[in-house]
Design a protein around this ligand. Structure first.
Ligand code: PMP
Length: 397
């Protein structure tokens, strides 16, 4: 059996999405911006897909939803354009992000810092969440943008972005959210919020890789980073990825249709899985379930390096993640666990399991058994576990 529990990294393309995309490679390949019958058929498909994307996030027709190549591009775009428009021009000098944003936000913010922009990295509480009141204290008249993720990719923690967006709006500060992990897992309706910019990426909700979008509220359009044509109303040049956009349209439609299933069935399966894992002694989960997306568990098994656990599980065909880039001989700890202030031995032992609407009961039963066996085996040979305090479940809080 092979079990894929790394859905926060990427997802399987839903077969219906694949079916919708398939005609746009060999049969219908016209450039939608051209003026002939090959173009009009792709243009029609594009229009229909864009409508689904607008509907999927509750955007108004007058807003702009601009197609990009991925969430990384959308995040870079939002921060860099704000820099060009408001900071380089001397109107403002400050951006606020959280210290647990995705690297496509953190690295971009660091780059802007090197150009003279002031950046505040907001801390998380011991549940891995940036609280709205924490943000309030850091807003100044010189703050151009707050960028806060909606759902954290490691813990699944849900941030109060709607409240934060409201707070920023009242002070004339622009608000961007990286909603890459939120689409298909939470209701997302920008119309009902003061969010100015929102990032999404199709491959996180059973769409294809290589296609994402940046939502911009009417009147808050960002300057383009890619110049060269009038694609996407001149906001992002480059011949459109028609098949990808058709795929993203279908995927977001399916994800919204499946939202109830995600919030109840996937969550119930995740909770059953988590209950079983927490029966193992010396295991810790940071973010409470009610403040977490329905598909994610970040769990530490004291005494077991995350990478060893992954290795053991992988031998059984189970895909999970440690959330840390193991770039050298040094085993890095999970950066979100570090931000929470978890002790090193917990940060090093974090494993992320992320389910999807395609995960089955049988798969979870299989994984529970395999995890239990792996924990037994690895703790038996763990020098750190032999000396670790036992059953201190409350230590983290
Ligand atoms: N933001 C978040 C929260 C993510 O989880 C990811 C992917 N791990 C990204 C951005 C980057 O997504 P993409 O691969 O589409 O660039």
């Amino acid at each position: 059996m092979r079990v894929y529990l790394d859905n926060n990294s990427t997802t399987m393309v839903d077969p219906h999405v694949y079916e919708a995309m398939e005609p746009y490679f060999v049969q219908r390949y016209g450039n939608p911006n051209s003026l002939h019958c090959f173009a009009s058929e792709t243009h029609q498909a594009l229009k229909a897909a864009m409508q689904k994307i607008y509907a999927g996030i509750g955007a108004n027709n007058e807003d702009s939803v601009v197609i990009t190549s991925c969430a990384t591009e959308s995040n870079n775009w939002a921060l860099k354009s704000i820099y060009f428009q408001y900071i380089l021009t001397g109107q403002k000098n400050h951006i606020i992000i959280s210290e647990v944003e995705h690297p496509s936000i953190i690295a971009t913010a660091r780059f802007l810092e090197s150009l003279g922009c002031k950046v505040t990295y907001l801390p998380v509480n011991n549940e891995g969440i940036v609280e709205a009141h924490t943000l309030k204290d850091f807003l100044t008249d010189k703050t151009a943008l707050v960028s806060m993720m909606w759902v954290n990719n490691e813990t699944g923690a849900i941030f109060p972005v709607e409240e934060m967006a409201q707070m920023c709006n009242e002070r004339g500060i622009l608000f961007h959210t990286d909603a890459t992990q939120a689409i298909g897992k939470l209701p997302v309706n920008v119309k009902e919020t003061k969010i100015d910019y929102l990032t999404l990426s199709a491959h996180k909700f059973h769409g294809p890789k290589g296609v994402g979008a940046l939502y911009m509220k009417k009147g808050k359009e960002l300057m383009p980073l890619l110049h060269g044509g009038d694609h996407m109303g001149g906001l992002r040049s480059g011949t459109l990825n028609v098949a990808g956009i058709v795929g993203m349209g279908k995927a977001i439609e399916q994800a919204v249709d499946a939202l109830d299933f995600e919030l109840h069935e996937v969550k119930a399966l995740r909770d059953r899985f988590e209950d079983a894992l927490l029966e193992i002694p010396d295991t810790f989960v940071v973010t409470p379930r009610e403040r977490r997306s329905p598909n994610t568990i970040l769990i530490s098994f004291r005494g077991i390096e995350g990478e060893s656990m992954l290795w053991d599980l992988n031998k059984d065909g189970i895909a999970a993640s440690t959330g840390s880039a193991c770039a050298s001989e040094d085993l890095e700890s999970n950066p979100v666990m570090e931000a929470i202030g978890a002790e090193a031995d917990l940060a090093h032992t974090a494993i992320r399991f992320s389910l999807s609407r395609f995960t089955t009961n049988e798969e979870i039963d299989f994984v529970i058994e395999r995890v239990k066996e792996a924990v037994k085996r690895l703790r038996a040979i763990s020098s750190s576990y032999a000396y670790a305090p036992k059953n201190h479940k409350d230590e983290l809080h």
